[in-house]
Design a protein. Sequence first.
Length: 351
Amino acid sequence: MMRTIVRRLLLLAPLLASGVSSGPAAAQNAVTFTTFGGITQEAAVEGLLAEARQLGIRVNPEVHGGWPGVRAHLSAGAPGWDIISIGFARCEAVSQAGWLRPLDYGIVDRSRVPENLARRDYVGMYTFTYGIAYNRTRVRTPPQSWADFWDVSRFPGRRALMGEGLYALEAALMADGVPADQVYATLRTPAGLDRAFAKLEQIKRNVAIWWRSPAQASQLLRDGEVDMILITSSRAADLAREGGNVGFVWNQAFLDAECWMVPRNAPNPEGAMRLINSALDPRNQANFANRIGFGPINPRAFDTGIIRRDSIPWLPTAPDNVGLQLRVDQGWYASAEADAAYQRFSRFLQQ
């Protein structure tokens, strides 16, 4: 009996020494990564987190249910999440609420991210752009700006904007002649906000559809139900690759970002920091861009030679595109003034 016990202990010894266990030690090698889910999560796991195994980390993907799910989870102090992926404005709101752990920039290489996207407790991970896409067959003269979108005489056709009003106020101000670098300063004033809504009133009856989901937006353009639409560059690119005669306007488009953040009570914060740093590596950024069509946050991704040449013209942070766009001010979006503005927008649609 004793000989059998000793033999079993000798067989288990290498496993115990290597840290293979179903208990707390194994848990420390896992990182729970939560996102909106779907193909973007798949691309993130396969592209941005491709080196997790080499780091000795197991990635547990979860779906957070969008902003309501994230806010409910963090405000309740619920455990379990290590990295949360969501839009920059939401990260700023969560940061202001004090629910995040400061990023360890001793592990995360800050030089891999543009300065304005590396914050104390969250960091930009990839970019996306909303701009004007149009049907080249029906819109023979390509629009160049939001003023053209508003000009129904020179550019006739059915239009569509986002039903929740995202970016509509900025578009209205630029259509009214406000320079891009003054848009958010203007929005922060009562007179500027009134000016945006007055301009929206001018286009309201010419907006055939206020769409409610990105999939719906794609379908509207694919089926020819609208001629010009506010949509992401990645979805416009997908339609073009499917054979659609689709154009996209980078001038005055809205350059936004997804961020990653670590909750204050993350079970494995060190593993989370190591994964975030790996995800910012230019090669992983480039592979992610190939998979999903979002722009790398690390500009050195374009130097890797990994990104497909036919994809580069459609990427938000491509050198020829990035300087034409308005960088979205997430501080404004996270403010009480923005909340009030979008409550007003909801009433505007119902009038």
